[in-house]
Design a binder for this molecule. Sequence first.
Ligand SMILES: [Zn+2]
Ligand SMILES: [Zn+2]
Length: 271
Amino acid sequence: MAIKSDLHLHSNFSGDSDTPMEEMVQKAISLGLTHICFTEHYDPDYLYTEEEPGKYEINTDSYLYDLLKCKAKYQDQIKVLFGIELGLQPQIKRELAIYNRSHDFDFVIGSTHICNRKDPYYPSFFEGRSEDEAHQEYFEAVLESVKKLPYFDVYGHLDYVVRYGPTKNDKYTYQKHADVFDKILTSLLEQEKGIELNTAGFRYGLNQPNPCIDIIKRYKELGGEIITIGSDAHEPAHVGDCFDKAADILTECGFKYYTIFEGRSPEFVRI
Ligand SMILES: [Zn+2]
Ligand SMILES: [Zn+2]
């Protein structure tokens, strides 16, 4: 594999994974990866169901404790980095700001999982309007988060919403939402923040990563250089998933480097 760093991994410290951290590390070593970053979910004020209250809260101290053990145990084989995937929502700005300052993360992904107090994961998000309108609402929420909640290094799976609509990405194009995408990308560039190429899109049958290739191309055209690669694996089988495709896409979009982070600083690695 041309790409040897997976910067978006979950373990059982995330509410939607049952995998012990060590199993993810061992899988990454077996694939020949040199760097991995756990980016467990921290999504305060998520729309919790009665069955699963607090599902995306995290005990960050015990997460760090286990991570440091894994990091030391496997230090001769792989570098294990300490990250978080922050669920961005404007009403929790203060909470996110405090949390971001309270921990020495290597890397922070900012993601929109909840959009205007609705969850795009469920069909109701798309009901009573066109799929394009639902997508547009999500992208405008992303723009608001990019501008108001600068507590992250890269924006995660920028067009995540297209995974869940009735026709997924069959009719979705960059051009339909070019205005809002350009505002998002320009604002990220002004703040020296990046995007990630999230390969889970392939697992959702999009035949594209998230975001789609045209957004990645546009980011590069506008001068973007900071792009991390993440599988968003929640189990060992998905670690490093589709990284060969990711390398081809980066090259096609004009990138010569991908990015890794340590201590919140980007480093550029030749593809
Ligand atoms: Zn996510
Ligand atoms: Zn994730």
